[in-house]
Design a protein around this ligand. Structure first.
Ligand code: NAG
Length: 787
């Protein structure tokens, strides 16, 4: 009956409409600019004209459905906040006011599923249809993204905005049921307000799972009433490693205690908040590894009995929970409290990176292996995990864990999160287990997204936006039946190096938006070029939402070509079309009035090049600054012969040492490496040339056994056969300190020579007092200059 009434009212309201629609100015814009929705809808039929939102717009929704009412209320409230539009909200059984109408119509068609929706946008009427409230919620996210980005402004915008939505028909539903984003609050902790904002963004991108990684070696972050010491003691660490793990030798700590945790009230608040955004929160309590903070608080659950220290640096730690009965009781008590706080079907128990050393040494664990008649510690891990699988299953929930839970046999009801590539996922699906894909190469958002030399510290790896976008969650190795076990994918955000909320946002956005499209949009609708346009409109939205997104998409990169005349020919490139690139060669910061890039240019001397791209879109945006030094000398572009062949590191080409490009301490890939061998190269300057100075760069990372040479020797020759030593520079190869590229310089009485031989003597073995003593030493050689 109600439906009939609402339909009648709808008709009436249509008659009452103002009709005076102006054609959307952008109606001839390309679809990706006219319909910049992320994730891209499954089906979108473009139409001419548009729907104007104004003070005569009514939003109608059936108030009898409280969830729907709330969704409509929030929508109207945001429109009115940002636009000051005075849009009216009315119950469906009321008469519509004169003007145009946005109508929420619950559908009886279950084909739309829990999350699907339909939008029919015409000049006077927007019909929003869904089978479930969640579908309406997602419909609204799309409506927002059809409006100008200003709609996301938290306060009324002052500039003139055309509040219109381009007409179209959308029918949309997700490709995968599991669309997740993770956050590690163990390494660094973030305020509840930030967690809520994080959830807002998950929801805006139509993702539905927030994986909250709550416990770590470096801190326990959730209040457990039965074991108060977990937070009283385990939430604190004495200090934190500074820099990247291998940045300093010896490592440097900040000497500042660090800690914090979420109370159960806060957890409940977050869970409630997430529910209002249709996001499920999956708690993770790590076991048996990554558990030092808990062991510090309750050492009796470790094999050695302690004492233990909450970790102050990153990595994997030997001490893990011991499989005592009392440990199971302890962890089950914790999980009981956790399950009371989190309604999530999935309960994550970690399972990754649990070294077996402490179990190997423990008479108890060894005895247990015998009693259980199992083979080894891996099967003991399987036993350990299976107990929790049973426990969690008995409470009507589902256990999920990292792919190590496959070790020693996968427990019967487990869902696997495949993070060490996709192998674990394939294996689990073949064993008929549900899988969530989170492979490092594509969706670890702690990786660099642009040139590491320009970026804040990241864990390593290189995963730019287009790489995340290219991810295809269903492995081709699986047949159709097995493929059904791939529930979806998730991006992981490990926060070792992300100390602040802004830092997290910088790493997460926009890469998580790319993942959102990977898991929502049908495979055949995915298109990088199209996405790379829409994401630029999206940047403007993120800006209004106060999100510190990374503009790495606008990264400028330089390619060089050494010319026969000794100059370096420089070309500047970007991944997406930009309106222009500006650059400087005097070290100053580039801006709109710097030199405009208009094609290749030459460098005839060593130069610091700085550049910035100015994006095409009119929204307030910054580019992504580029800065690099290029070395130009008499040897630039010249050939050389190596006496010893490089090991592993080839520098990426034949003239890696004379191409003008220098290496960077966090990326040695442009260097040429020699393991336990000397570097010995003869450079040909083509003709007798006056010289008096030679420099050679060495990549030093003593934790990685990359040392300085014992000595550098320079010799000259006119025939390439008979060499005369002009300088020998002894080097203190035992120096440790900061990871860096060290430029060793030799000066000598001017000579004229055609051939220059440079030898750098490998120290052979690492010294006895090093972190890894008596191992083969590496010599990493960077760009050479001869003047
Ligand atoms: C892995 C660890 C994680 C760490 C991260 C850094 C998993 C499942 N485990 O080594 O604790 O923070 O990578 O990328 O990712």
């Amino acid at each position: 009956m109600k439906r009939i009434i609402s339909c009648l009212l709808l008709c009436v309201s249509l008659l009452n409409c103002g009709y005076s629609q102006t054609e959307n100015k952008a109606s001839n814009a390309s679809p990706e600019d006219r319909y910049p929705i992320i994730p891209r809808p499954a089906k979108l039929e473009p139409r001419q004209s548009s729907f104007e939102v104004s003070r005569t717009t009514t939003v109608m929704a059936p108030f009898a459905n409280a969830e729907l009412k709330a969704i409509a209320e929030n929508f109207v409230s945001q429109l009115n906040t940002a636009g000051g539009l005075g849009v009216t909200l009315r119950n469906t059984n009321k008469m519509a006011l004169p003007g145009n109408l946005i109508s929420f119509v619950p559908s009886t068609n279950s084909q739309l599923g829990e999350e699907g929706y339909r939008l029919d946008i015409q000049p006077n009427l927007v019909q929003v249809e869904a089978y479930k409230p969640k579908g309406f919620f997602y419909a609204v996210q799309s409506l927002y993204q059809l409006l100008p980005p200003e709609v996301f402004s938290p306060q009324r915008v002052t500039q003139t905005v055309t509040w219109s939505m381009p007409a179209c028909r959308i029918e949309d539903q997700p490709r995968y049921v599991y669309r997740g984003l993770h956050l590690d609050v163990g390494r660094h902790m973030f305020p509840v307000a930030f967690i809520k904002k994080y959830i807002d963004l998950i929801a805006l991108h139509k993702m539905n799972q927030f994986h909250w990684h709550l416990t770590e070696d470096q801190g326990w972050r959730i209040e457990i009433k039965k074991y108060p010491k977990l937070t009283q003691i385990g939430s604190m660490r004495n200090e934190t490693l500074t820099g990247q793990y291998y940045d300093y030798d010896p490592q440097v700590y900040d000497k500042k205690p660090y800690g914090g945790f979420y109370t159960q009230d806060e957890v409940r608040e977050v869970v409630r908040y997430a529910q209002s955004k249709y996001v499920n929160v999956i708690p993770e309590i790590e076991l048996p590894g990554h558990s030092l903070a808990a062991l510090k608080a309750y050492p009796e659950y470790g094999c050695s009995g302690g004492p233990y220290e909450t970790a102050t640096k990153w990595g994997i730690f030997e001490d893990i929970y011991c499989p005592y009965e009392k440990t199971f009781t302890f962890l089950e008590d914790i999980l009981t409290e956790v399950m009371a706080l989190f309604p999530s079907q999935y309960i994550h128990i970690g399972g990754d990176e649990a070294p077996k050393g402490s179990w190997r040494k423990s008479p108890f664990a060894q005895n247990l292996i015998q009693q259980l008649k199992i083979k080894d510690e891996h099967e003991l891990q399987s036993y350990f995990i299976t107990r929790f699988d049973k426990f969690i299953t008995s409470k009507g929930r589902k256990m999920i864990g990292w792919d190590e839970i496959l070790e020693g046999g996968l427990s019967p009801n487990a869902t696997v999160m495949s993070w060490r590539g996709i192998k674990g996922g394939i294996e689990a699906a073949r064993q008929n287990h549900d899988v969530v894909m989170t492979p490092g190469n594509f969706v670890y958002l702690d990786h660099y997204q642009a040139d590491p030399a320009q970026e804040p510290i990241a864990i390593g790896g290189y995963t730019p936006l287009d790489e995340t976008y290219s991810y295809e969650p269903t492995p081709t190795e699986l047949n159709a039946q097995q493929a059904k076990y791939i529930l979806g994918a998730q991006a992981n955000v490990w926060t070792e190096y992300m100390r602040t909320s802004e830092y997290v946002e910088y790493m997460v956005w926009p890469r998580a938006a790319a993942l959102a499209e990977v898991v929502w949009t049908p495979k055949d609708q995915k298109n990088w070029t199209d996405f790379s346009r829409r994401i630029q409109t999206h940047f403007a939205r993120l800006k209004y939402l106060g999100v510190n997104y990374a503009p790495a998409l606008y990264e400028v990169t330089a390619t060089t070509k050494p010319l026969p005349n000794g100059q370096l020919e420089m070309a500047l490139n970007t991944k997406v079309p930009v309106s222009e690139i500006r650059y400087t060669t005097d070290g100053s910061e580039p801006g709109p009035s710097s030199k405009k890039y208009e094609g290749v240019f030459m460098l005839d001397k060593t130069t610091v090049l700085r550049a910035i791209a100015i994006p095409e879109k009119q929204y307030p945006q910054q580019g992504h600054p580029y800065r690099k030094e290029f070395l130009v000398s008499k040897v630039t572009g010249k050939s050389y012969k190596l006496a010893n062949q490089p090991t592993r590191y080839t520098g990426g080409g034949n003239n890696a040492l004379t191409d003008g490009k220098v290496g960077y301490a966090r990326d040695f890939n442009t260097m040429v490496g020699f393991k336990a061998q000397d570097f010995n190269a003869v450079f040909d300057l083509n003709q007798p040339t006056p010289i008096s100075r030679v420099t050679v760069g060495i990549g030093k990372s003593t934790f990685d056994n990359m040392l300085l040479p014992k000595a550098v020797e320079v010799a000259v020759s006119d025939d390439g056969q008979n060499f005369r030593i002009v300088q020998t520079l002894p080097v203190d190869y035992k120096q440790r300190g900061q990871k860096s590229v060290v430029r060793l310089e030799t000066r000598f009485t001017p000579v004229s020579a055609r051939y220059v031989r440079i030898t750098a003597q490998n120290p052979g073995k690492t010294p006895a007092d090093f972190a890894k003593p008596n191992q083969d030493a590496w010599l990493l050689v960077d760009e050479v200059t001869i003047e």
